[in-house]
Ligand binder design. Structure first.
Ligand code: GLN
Length: 496
Protein backbone atom coordinates (compact mmCIF):
# COMPACT_ATOMS: atom_id res chain seq x y z
CA UNK A 1 0.00 0.00 0.00
CA UNK A 2 1.37 3.41 -0.96
CA UNK A 3 1.50 6.29 1.50
CA UNK A 4 -1.63 8.01 0.21
CA UNK A 5 -3.66 4.79 0.33
CA UNK A 6 -3.19 4.30 4.06
CA UNK A 7 -5.92 5.04 6.52
CA UNK A 8 -6.01 8.37 8.31
CA UNK A 9 -5.33 6.65 11.63
CA UNK A 10 -2.25 4.92 10.24
CA UNK A 11 -1.05 8.19 8.77
CA UNK A 12 -1.61 9.94 12.08
CA UNK A 13 0.74 7.38 13.66
CA UNK A 14 3.39 8.11 11.01
CA UNK A 15 3.01 11.84 11.61
CA UNK A 16 3.30 11.47 15.38
CA UNK A 17 6.41 9.29 15.10
CA UNK A 18 7.77 11.81 12.59
CA UNK A 19 8.17 9.14 9.96
CA UNK A 20 6.43 11.48 7.58
CA UNK A 21 5.87 15.22 7.75
CA UNK A 22 2.59 16.95 7.15
CA UNK A 23 4.24 18.75 4.22
CA UNK A 24 5.24 15.46 2.58
CA UNK A 25 1.80 13.99 3.12
CA UNK A 26 -0.06 17.09 1.94
CA UNK A 27 2.24 17.31 -1.08
CA UNK A 28 1.61 13.66 -1.94
CA UNK A 29 -2.17 14.17 -1.95
CA UNK A 30 -1.89 17.38 -3.96
CA UNK A 31 0.25 15.47 -6.49
CA UNK A 32 -2.40 12.76 -6.71
CA UNK A 33 -5.02 15.46 -7.31
CA UNK A 34 -2.86 17.03 -10.01
CA UNK A 35 -2.37 13.64 -11.66
CA UNK A 36 -5.98 12.45 -11.68
CA UNK A 37 -8.45 15.20 -10.99
CA UNK A 38 -8.61 16.37 -14.60
CA UNK A 39 -10.47 13.14 -15.16
CA UNK A 40 -12.40 12.74 -11.87
CA UNK A 41 -13.16 16.38 -11.02
CA UNK A 42 -13.63 15.70 -7.32
CA UNK A 43 -12.32 19.16 -6.42
CA UNK A 44 -13.63 22.54 -7.40
CA UNK A 45 -10.58 24.26 -5.95
CA UNK A 46 -7.34 23.46 -4.21
CA UNK A 47 -4.79 25.93 -2.92
CA UNK A 48 -1.39 24.26 -2.91
CA UNK A 49 0.49 27.16 -1.36
CA UNK A 50 -1.97 27.70 1.43
CA UNK A 51 -2.19 23.98 2.22
CA UNK A 52 1.59 23.53 2.28
CA UNK A 53 1.96 26.62 4.46
CA UNK A 54 -0.52 25.18 6.95
CA UNK A 55 1.37 21.88 6.86
CA UNK A 56 4.74 23.57 7.42
CA UNK A 57 3.39 25.43 10.39
CA UNK A 58 2.14 22.21 11.95
CA UNK A 59 5.44 20.45 11.24
CA UNK A 60 7.31 23.28 12.91
CA UNK A 61 5.13 23.19 15.99
CA UNK A 62 5.58 19.44 16.23
CA UNK A 63 9.36 19.81 15.91
CA UNK A 64 9.27 22.28 18.80
CA UNK A 65 7.56 19.68 20.95
CA UNK A 66 4.19 21.42 21.06
CA UNK A 67 1.26 19.13 21.62
CA UNK A 68 -0.97 19.18 18.58
CA UNK A 69 -4.69 18.76 17.97
CA UNK A 70 -6.18 15.35 17.28
CA UNK A 71 -5.72 15.56 13.49
CA UNK A 72 -2.08 16.69 13.91
CA UNK A 73 -1.23 17.51 10.28
CA UNK A 74 -3.68 15.25 8.43
CA UNK A 75 -5.14 16.64 5.23
CA UNK A 76 -8.92 16.96 4.93
CA UNK A 77 -11.08 17.78 1.89
CA UNK A 78 -14.18 19.87 2.48
CA UNK A 79 -17.45 19.98 0.53
CA UNK A 80 -17.92 23.40 -1.03
CA UNK A 81 -21.12 24.00 0.94
CA UNK A 82 -19.22 24.91 4.13
CA UNK A 83 -17.93 28.44 4.54
CA UNK A 84 -14.16 28.76 4.58
CA UNK A 85 -12.86 32.12 5.61
CA UNK A 86 -10.97 33.90 2.85
CA UNK A 87 -11.50 31.08 0.34
CA UNK A 88 -14.24 30.87 -2.28
CA UNK A 89 -17.29 28.86 -1.19
CA UNK A 90 -19.50 28.41 -4.24
CA UNK A 91 -21.95 25.64 -3.35
CA UNK A 92 -21.26 24.56 -6.95
CA UNK A 93 -23.50 27.41 -8.08
CA UNK A 94 -22.93 30.30 -10.45
CA UNK A 95 -24.81 32.34 -7.85
CA UNK A 96 -21.89 32.06 -5.40
CA UNK A 97 -19.07 31.54 -7.90
CA UNK A 98 -17.01 34.38 -6.45
CA UNK A 99 -18.30 34.37 -2.89
CA UNK A 100 -15.54 34.58 -0.29
CA UNK A 101 -16.96 34.14 3.23
CA UNK A 102 -15.62 36.37 5.98
CA UNK A 103 -15.83 33.54 8.54
CA UNK A 104 -15.32 29.80 8.97
CA UNK A 105 -18.20 27.39 9.46
CA UNK A 106 -17.96 25.78 12.90
CA UNK A 107 -16.92 22.36 11.51
CA UNK A 108 -14.13 24.12 9.58
CA UNK A 109 -13.02 26.06 12.64
CA UNK A 110 -12.91 22.78 14.57
CA UNK A 111 -10.82 21.12 11.86
CA UNK A 112 -8.37 23.97 12.06
CA UNK A 113 -8.25 23.81 15.86
CA UNK A 114 -7.54 20.09 15.54
CA UNK A 115 -4.57 20.95 13.28
CA UNK A 116 -5.96 19.54 10.06
CA UNK A 117 -4.69 20.81 6.73
CA UNK A 118 -7.50 21.90 4.42
CA UNK A 119 -6.65 20.46 0.99
CA UNK A 120 -9.43 22.06 -1.00
CA UNK A 121 -13.16 22.28 -1.66
CA UNK A 122 -14.95 19.35 -3.22
CA UNK A 123 -17.57 19.27 -5.97
CA UNK A 124 -21.25 18.67 -5.28
CA UNK A 125 -24.70 19.08 -6.76
CA UNK A 126 -25.62 22.77 -6.82
CA UNK A 127 -26.81 23.78 -3.33
CA UNK A 128 -26.64 20.04 -2.48
CA UNK A 129 -29.76 19.34 -4.53
CA UNK A 130 -29.30 16.07 -6.32
CA UNK A 131 -28.13 12.52 -6.01
CA UNK A 132 -25.56 12.22 -8.78
CA UNK A 133 -23.24 15.24 -8.65
CA UNK A 134 -24.37 16.08 -12.18
CA UNK A 135 -26.10 19.26 -11.00
CA UNK A 136 -22.84 21.09 -10.31
CA UNK A 137 -22.68 24.33 -12.28
CA UNK A 138 -19.03 23.52 -12.89
CA UNK A 139 -19.39 20.06 -14.41
CA UNK A 140 -19.97 16.65 -12.84
CA UNK A 141 -17.64 14.51 -10.76
CA UNK A 142 -16.95 11.04 -12.14
CA UNK A 143 -16.86 7.79 -10.24
CA UNK A 144 -13.25 6.59 -9.85
CA UNK A 145 -14.43 2.96 -10.23
CA UNK A 146 -15.89 3.70 -13.67
CA UNK A 147 -15.57 7.20 -15.04
CA UNK A 148 -18.64 6.74 -17.23
CA UNK A 149 -20.67 6.59 -14.05
CA UNK A 150 -21.86 9.02 -11.41
CA UNK A 151 -20.17 9.06 -7.98
CA UNK A 152 -23.51 9.65 -6.24
CA UNK A 153 -24.54 12.93 -4.73
CA UNK A 154 -24.70 15.43 -3.56
CA UNK A 155 -21.32 14.96 -1.78
CA UNK A 156 -19.93 13.29 -4.92
CA UNK A 157 -16.58 15.05 -4.80
CA UNK A 158 -16.13 14.12 -1.14
CA UNK A 159 -16.60 10.41 -1.82
CA UNK A 160 -14.72 10.33 -5.13
CA UNK A 161 -11.72 12.15 -3.60
CA UNK A 162 -11.43 9.34 -1.04
CA UNK A 163 -11.86 6.52 -3.54
CA UNK A 164 -9.20 8.10 -5.74
CA UNK A 165 -6.78 8.46 -2.79
CA UNK A 166 -6.76 12.24 -3.11
CA UNK A 167 -7.42 12.71 0.62
CA UNK A 168 -7.59 10.52 3.72
CA UNK A 169 -10.60 12.37 5.18
CA UNK A 170 -13.55 14.29 3.74
CA UNK A 171 -16.41 16.36 5.09
CA UNK A 172 -19.82 16.11 3.44
CA UNK A 173 -23.43 17.03 4.17
CA UNK A 174 -26.57 14.94 4.11
CA UNK A 175 -30.10 16.33 3.79
CA UNK A 176 -31.69 13.23 2.29
CA UNK A 177 -28.79 10.85 1.64
CA UNK A 178 -25.99 13.01 0.30
CA UNK A 179 -23.25 11.49 2.46
CA UNK A 180 -24.45 7.89 2.39
CA UNK A 181 -25.25 7.53 -1.30
CA UNK A 182 -21.91 8.73 -2.67
CA UNK A 183 -20.11 6.74 0.03
CA UNK A 184 -21.97 3.65 -1.19
CA UNK A 185 -21.24 4.29 -4.88
CA UNK A 186 -17.57 5.03 -4.30
CA UNK A 187 -16.82 2.22 -1.86
CA UNK A 188 -16.08 4.38 1.18
CA UNK A 189 -17.66 4.94 4.60
CA UNK A 190 -20.02 7.87 5.26
CA UNK A 191 -21.87 8.80 8.41
CA UNK A 192 -24.86 11.11 8.69
CA UNK A 193 -24.92 12.13 12.36
CA UNK A 194 -27.97 12.75 14.52
CA UNK A 195 -29.60 16.09 13.63
CA UNK A 196 -27.87 18.70 15.77
CA UNK A 197 -24.82 16.59 16.67
CA UNK A 198 -22.60 18.65 14.34
CA UNK A 199 -23.11 22.39 14.14
CA UNK A 200 -24.72 23.84 11.01
CA UNK A 201 -23.22 27.28 11.65
CA UNK A 202 -21.63 28.36 8.37
CA UNK A 203 -23.24 25.57 6.39
CA UNK A 204 -25.02 27.07 3.39
CA UNK A 205 -28.58 26.01 4.09
CA UNK A 206 -30.59 23.73 1.82
CA UNK A 207 -33.36 22.39 4.11
CA UNK A 208 -32.55 23.52 7.62
CA UNK A 209 -34.63 20.94 9.51
CA UNK A 210 -32.92 18.09 7.62
CA UNK A 211 -29.35 19.28 6.94
CA UNK A 212 -26.51 17.41 8.67
CA UNK A 213 -22.73 17.77 8.35
CA UNK A 214 -20.78 14.53 8.64
CA UNK A 215 -17.56 12.62 7.96
CA UNK A 216 -16.53 10.38 5.07
CA UNK A 217 -13.40 8.24 5.08
CA UNK A 218 -12.20 4.80 4.04
CA UNK A 219 -12.58 3.09 7.41
CA UNK A 220 -14.99 3.25 10.32
CA UNK A 221 -12.16 4.26 12.63
CA UNK A 222 -11.23 7.20 10.39
CA UNK A 223 -14.85 8.31 10.27
CA UNK A 224 -14.91 8.11 14.07
CA UNK A 225 -11.73 10.18 14.31
CA UNK A 226 -13.21 12.91 12.15
CA UNK A 227 -16.62 12.86 13.82
CA UNK A 228 -14.94 13.32 17.19
CA UNK A 229 -13.44 16.56 15.91
CA UNK A 230 -16.51 18.15 14.31
CA UNK A 231 -19.22 16.97 16.73
CA UNK A 232 -20.28 18.87 19.82
CA UNK A 233 -22.38 21.72 21.08
CA UNK A 234 -22.17 25.10 19.40
CA UNK A 235 -24.02 28.10 20.80
CA UNK A 236 -24.16 29.56 17.27
CA UNK A 237 -26.55 26.85 16.09
CA UNK A 238 -29.78 26.90 18.08
CA UNK A 239 -30.51 23.27 17.13
CA UNK A 240 -27.14 22.05 18.35
CA UNK A 241 -27.25 19.18 20.84
CA UNK A 242 -25.79 19.83 24.29
CA UNK A 243 -24.94 16.21 25.25
CA UNK A 244 -21.22 15.42 25.46
CA UNK A 245 -19.50 13.80 22.48
CA UNK A 246 -18.75 10.07 22.73
CA UNK A 247 -15.42 8.32 22.35
CA UNK A 248 -16.12 7.28 18.78
CA UNK A 249 -12.72 5.81 18.00
CA UNK A 250 -12.81 3.55 21.04
CA UNK A 251 -16.29 2.43 19.97
CA UNK A 252 -14.98 1.08 16.64
CA UNK A 253 -12.72 -1.36 18.53
CA UNK A 254 -15.32 -2.56 21.02
CA UNK A 255 -16.39 -6.17 20.40
CA UNK A 256 -19.93 -6.65 19.21
CA UNK A 257 -22.20 -8.60 21.52
CA UNK A 258 -25.85 -9.43 21.25
CA UNK A 259 -26.63 -6.84 18.61
CA UNK A 260 -30.31 -6.85 17.61
CA UNK A 261 -30.76 -5.93 13.96
CA UNK A 262 -34.05 -5.07 12.29
CA UNK A 263 -34.85 -5.58 8.62
CA UNK A 264 -37.69 -3.78 6.84
CA UNK A 265 -39.01 -6.29 4.32
CA UNK A 266 -40.44 -3.61 1.99
CA UNK A 267 -36.89 -2.34 1.56
CA UNK A 268 -36.00 -5.57 -0.19
CA UNK A 269 -38.99 -5.45 -2.51
CA UNK A 270 -39.77 -3.77 -5.78
CA UNK A 271 -37.18 -1.48 -7.32
CA UNK A 272 -34.15 -3.02 -5.63
CA UNK A 273 -31.48 -4.35 -7.96
CA UNK A 274 -31.08 -8.12 -7.28
CA UNK A 275 -27.29 -7.89 -6.99
CA UNK A 276 -27.60 -5.15 -4.39
CA UNK A 277 -30.23 -7.19 -2.52
CA UNK A 278 -28.01 -10.28 -2.46
CA UNK A 279 -24.88 -8.39 -1.43
CA UNK A 280 -26.70 -6.66 1.43
CA UNK A 281 -28.21 -9.99 2.55
CA UNK A 282 -24.74 -11.54 2.59
CA UNK A 283 -23.53 -8.67 4.74
CA UNK A 284 -26.43 -9.21 7.14
CA UNK A 285 -25.40 -12.88 7.36
CA UNK A 286 -21.94 -11.78 8.38
CA UNK A 287 -23.46 -9.73 11.19
CA UNK A 288 -25.21 -12.92 12.28
CA UNK A 289 -21.84 -14.67 12.36
CA UNK A 290 -20.71 -11.84 14.63
CA UNK A 291 -23.49 -12.77 17.02
CA UNK A 292 -26.26 -10.47 15.87
CA UNK A 293 -29.88 -11.53 15.81
CA UNK A 294 -32.05 -10.35 12.95
CA UNK A 295 -35.77 -9.78 12.97
CA UNK A 296 -38.34 -8.25 10.68
CA UNK A 297 -39.69 -4.90 11.72
CA UNK A 298 -42.62 -2.92 10.41
CA UNK A 299 -42.17 0.60 9.11
CA UNK A 300 -45.71 1.17 7.87
CA UNK A 301 -45.14 4.78 6.80
CA UNK A 302 -41.79 4.40 5.08
CA UNK A 303 -43.55 4.19 1.72
CA UNK A 304 -44.51 7.86 2.13
CA UNK A 305 -41.01 9.05 3.00
CA UNK A 306 -40.06 10.18 -0.52
CA UNK A 307 -43.31 12.13 -0.95
CA UNK A 308 -42.94 13.87 2.40
CA UNK A 309 -39.27 14.63 1.81
CA UNK A 310 -39.91 16.13 -1.63
CA UNK A 311 -42.45 18.51 -0.13
CA UNK A 312 -40.52 19.48 3.00
CA UNK A 313 -37.03 19.81 1.50
CA UNK A 314 -38.09 22.03 -1.44
CA UNK A 315 -40.34 24.12 0.85
CA UNK A 316 -37.45 24.90 3.15
CA UNK A 317 -35.16 25.40 0.17
CA UNK A 318 -37.50 27.92 -1.44
CA UNK A 319 -37.39 29.95 1.74
CA UNK A 320 -33.63 29.56 2.34
CA UNK A 321 -32.73 30.48 -1.22
CA UNK A 322 -34.79 33.68 -1.21
CA UNK A 323 -31.67 35.41 0.12
CA UNK A 324 -29.90 35.11 -3.24
CA UNK A 325 -31.40 38.24 -4.69
CA UNK A 326 -28.39 39.96 -6.22
CA UNK A 327 -28.38 42.59 -3.47
CA UNK A 328 -26.95 40.95 -0.36
CA UNK A 329 -24.08 38.90 -1.72
CA UNK A 330 -23.24 36.56 -4.52
CA UNK A 331 -23.71 37.41 -8.17
CA UNK A 332 -25.84 40.13 -9.69
CA UNK A 333 -26.78 40.05 -13.37
CA UNK A 334 -25.22 42.98 -15.23
CA UNK A 335 -27.68 45.83 -15.70
CA UNK A 336 -27.51 45.60 -19.49
CA UNK A 337 -29.00 42.11 -19.22
CA UNK A 338 -31.89 42.86 -16.88
CA UNK A 339 -35.05 41.48 -18.33
CA UNK A 340 -37.96 43.79 -18.62
CA UNK A 341 -41.21 42.35 -17.34
CA UNK A 342 -43.36 45.20 -18.69
CA UNK A 343 -43.39 48.95 -18.99
CA UNK A 344 -44.17 49.74 -15.36
CA UNK A 345 -41.81 47.23 -13.82
CA UNK A 346 -39.51 48.35 -11.07
CA UNK A 347 -35.83 47.93 -12.04
CA UNK A 348 -35.24 46.23 -8.67
CA UNK A 349 -37.63 43.47 -9.67
CA UNK A 350 -35.90 43.21 -13.04
CA UNK A 351 -32.61 42.83 -11.23
CA UNK A 352 -33.98 40.10 -8.94
CA UNK A 353 -35.51 38.20 -11.81
CA UNK A 354 -32.48 38.36 -14.07
CA UNK A 355 -30.05 37.48 -11.30
CA UNK A 356 -32.02 34.44 -10.19
CA UNK A 357 -32.70 33.32 -13.76
CA UNK A 358 -29.01 33.40 -14.53
CA UNK A 359 -27.55 32.37 -11.20
CA UNK A 360 -29.51 29.20 -10.47
CA UNK A 361 -29.40 25.94 -12.40
CA UNK A 362 -32.45 23.98 -13.57
CA UNK A 363 -32.76 21.66 -10.56
CA UNK A 364 -32.48 24.51 -8.06
CA UNK A 365 -35.21 26.41 -9.91
CA UNK A 366 -37.37 23.30 -9.91
CA UNK A 367 -37.02 22.98 -6.13
CA UNK A 368 -37.80 26.65 -5.58
CA UNK A 369 -40.95 26.31 -7.67
CA UNK A 370 -42.04 23.09 -5.97
CA UNK A 371 -41.46 24.60 -2.56
CA UNK A 372 -43.11 27.92 -3.29
CA UNK A 373 -46.13 26.06 -4.59
CA UNK A 374 -46.34 23.77 -1.55
CA UNK A 375 -46.13 26.76 0.81
CA UNK A 376 -48.56 29.00 -1.02
CA UNK A 377 -51.89 29.97 0.51
CA UNK A 378 -54.44 27.32 -0.28
CA UNK A 379 -51.88 24.56 -0.80
CA UNK A 380 -50.03 24.94 2.49
CA UNK A 381 -52.47 22.68 4.37
CA UNK A 382 -52.83 20.18 1.58
CA UNK A 383 -49.11 19.72 0.96
CA UNK A 384 -46.74 21.21 3.49
CA UNK A 385 -48.78 20.58 6.62
CA UNK A 386 -49.71 17.09 5.44
CA UNK A 387 -46.05 16.30 4.78
CA UNK A 388 -45.17 17.44 8.31
CA UNK A 389 -47.77 15.03 9.71
CA UNK A 390 -46.34 12.18 7.66
CA UNK A 391 -42.89 13.11 8.90
CA UNK A 392 -44.13 12.74 12.46
CA UNK A 393 -45.53 9.28 11.69
CA UNK A 394 -42.25 8.19 10.12
CA UNK A 395 -40.36 9.35 13.21
CA UNK A 396 -42.83 7.35 15.31
CA UNK A 397 -42.17 4.23 13.19
CA UNK A 398 -38.48 4.56 13.97
CA UNK A 399 -39.21 5.13 17.62
CA UNK A 400 -41.29 1.94 17.78
CA UNK A 401 -38.67 -0.01 15.83
CA UNK A 402 -35.90 0.99 18.23
CA UNK A 403 -37.90 -0.45 21.13
CA UNK A 404 -37.38 -3.85 19.52
CA UNK A 405 -34.02 -3.63 17.79
CA UNK A 406 -30.76 -1.72 18.21
CA UNK A 407 -30.11 -0.92 14.56
CA UNK A 408 -32.01 -1.15 11.28
CA UNK A 409 -30.04 -2.65 8.43
CA UNK A 410 -30.68 -2.49 4.68
CA UNK A 411 -29.58 -1.08 1.33
CA UNK A 412 -28.35 2.48 0.77
CA UNK A 413 -29.28 2.88 -2.88
CA UNK A 414 -31.57 0.82 -5.15
CA UNK A 415 -28.77 0.09 -7.64
CA UNK A 416 -25.02 0.50 -8.07
CA UNK A 417 -23.83 3.75 -9.70
CA UNK A 418 -25.67 4.53 -12.93
CA UNK A 419 -24.21 6.13 -16.04
CA UNK A 420 -23.87 9.88 -16.33
CA UNK A 421 -26.90 11.29 -18.10
CA UNK A 422 -29.07 8.22 -17.41
CA UNK A 423 -31.54 10.02 -15.15
CA UNK A 424 -30.92 13.64 -16.10
CA UNK A 425 -34.07 13.95 -18.21
CA UNK A 426 -36.28 12.39 -15.57
CA UNK A 427 -36.22 14.19 -12.20
CA UNK A 428 -38.70 11.77 -10.67
CA UNK A 429 -36.47 8.75 -11.30
CA UNK A 430 -33.61 10.73 -9.74
CA UNK A 431 -35.74 11.46 -6.65
CA UNK A 432 -36.65 7.79 -6.27
CA UNK A 433 -33.06 6.72 -5.60
CA UNK A 434 -33.46 8.46 -2.22
CA UNK A 435 -35.95 5.82 -1.12
CA UNK A 436 -33.81 4.26 1.61
CA UNK A 437 -32.00 7.34 2.87
CA UNK A 438 -34.52 10.16 3.43
CA UNK A 439 -36.18 8.44 6.40
CA UNK A 440 -33.18 9.06 8.65
CA UNK A 441 -33.23 12.77 7.85
CA UNK A 442 -36.97 13.08 8.39
CA UNK A 443 -36.56 11.38 11.78
CA UNK A 444 -33.30 13.16 12.64
CA UNK A 445 -31.52 9.89 13.45
CA UNK A 446 -27.95 8.85 12.56
CA UNK A 447 -27.09 6.39 9.80
CA UNK A 448 -23.93 5.00 8.26
CA UNK A 449 -23.08 3.56 4.85
CA UNK A 450 -20.36 0.89 4.65
CA UNK A 451 -18.82 -0.87 1.65
CA UNK A 452 -20.13 -4.47 1.60
CA UNK A 453 -19.27 -5.83 -1.83
CA UNK A 454 -19.19 -5.28 -5.56
CA UNK A 455 -21.54 -5.78 -8.47
CA UNK A 456 -20.60 -8.04 -11.38
CA UNK A 457 -19.42 -4.83 -13.12
CA UNK A 458 -17.10 -4.23 -10.18
CA UNK A 459 -19.05 -1.28 -8.84
CA UNK A 460 -19.09 -0.79 -5.07
CA UNK A 461 -22.23 -1.64 -3.09
CA UNK A 462 -22.96 -0.27 0.37
CA UNK A 463 -25.00 -1.37 3.35
CA UNK A 464 -26.84 1.09 5.58
CA UNK A 465 -27.17 0.90 9.36
CA UNK A 466 -29.59 3.30 11.05
CA UNK A 467 -29.80 3.84 14.81
CA UNK A 468 -31.77 5.79 17.37
CA UNK A 469 -30.88 9.42 18.05
CA UNK A 470 -27.33 9.77 19.41
CA UNK A 471 -26.42 6.13 18.71
CA UNK A 472 -23.30 7.11 16.75
CA UNK A 473 -21.11 5.02 19.02
CA UNK A 474 -23.17 1.90 18.42
CA UNK A 475 -23.21 2.52 14.66
CA UNK A 476 -19.44 2.88 14.66
CA UNK A 477 -19.01 -0.16 16.87
CA UNK A 478 -21.00 -2.28 14.42
CA UNK A 479 -19.16 -0.74 11.47
CA UNK A 480 -15.80 -1.39 13.08
CA UNK A 481 -16.69 -5.00 13.84
CA UNK A 482 -17.87 -5.54 10.25
CA UNK A 483 -14.71 -4.04 8.80
CA UNK A 484 -12.62 -6.20 11.11
CA UNK A 485 -14.01 -9.21 9.24
CA UNK A 486 -14.08 -7.85 5.67
CA UNK A 487 -11.74 -6.22 3.18
CA UNK A 488 -14.20 -4.43 0.91
CA UNK A 489 -13.11 -1.07 2.28
CA UNK A 490 -9.44 -1.66 1.48
CA UNK A 491 -9.97 -2.20 -2.25
CA UNK A 492 -9.10 0.65 -4.58
CA UNK A 493 -10.07 1.45 -8.14
CA UNK A 494 -7.38 1.55 -10.82
CA UNK A 495 -7.10 5.06 -12.11
CA UNK A 496 -6.21 5.69 -15.74
N1 GLN B 1 -30.91 13.53 -3.29
C1 GLN B 1 -31.58 14.29 -2.30
C2 GLN B 1 -32.05 15.60 -2.87
O1 GLN B 1 -31.76 15.85 -4.00
C3 GLN B 1 -30.72 14.50 -1.09
C4 GLN B 1 -29.70 15.56 -1.26
C5 GLN B 1 -28.92 15.81 0.00
O2 GLN B 1 -28.90 14.99 0.91
N2 GLN B 1 -28.30 16.97 0.06
O3 GLN B 1 -32.69 16.37 -2.23
Amino acid sequence: MTLIEQSATELLGLLKRREVSSRELTGAYLDQIDAHDQQIHAFLRTDRDRALQQADLIDRRRAQGESLGSLGGLPVAVKDVLCTRGAVTSCASKMLENYVPPYDATPIARLKEADAVILGKTNMDEFAMGGSCENSAFGPTRNPWDTERIPGGSSGGAAASLAASMTPLSIGTDTGGSIRQPASHCGVVGLKPTYGRVSRYGLIAFASSLDAVGPLARTAEDVALLLGVIAGHDARDSTSIVQPVGDYRAATRRPLEGLRLGVVSEHFGEGLDPEVAQTVRDAIDLFKDLGATVREIAMPHSQYAISAYYIIAPSEASSNLARYDGAHYGMRAPEAEWRDGGAEENPLVQMYRSTRAEGFGAEVKRRIMLGTYALSAGYYDAYYLKALKVRRLIAQDYHDAFEQVDLIVGPVTPSPAFKLGDKSEDPLSMYLVDLYTVGANLAGIPAISLPCGFSSDRLPIGIQLQGAALSEELLLQAAGAYQGQTTWHSQRPELA
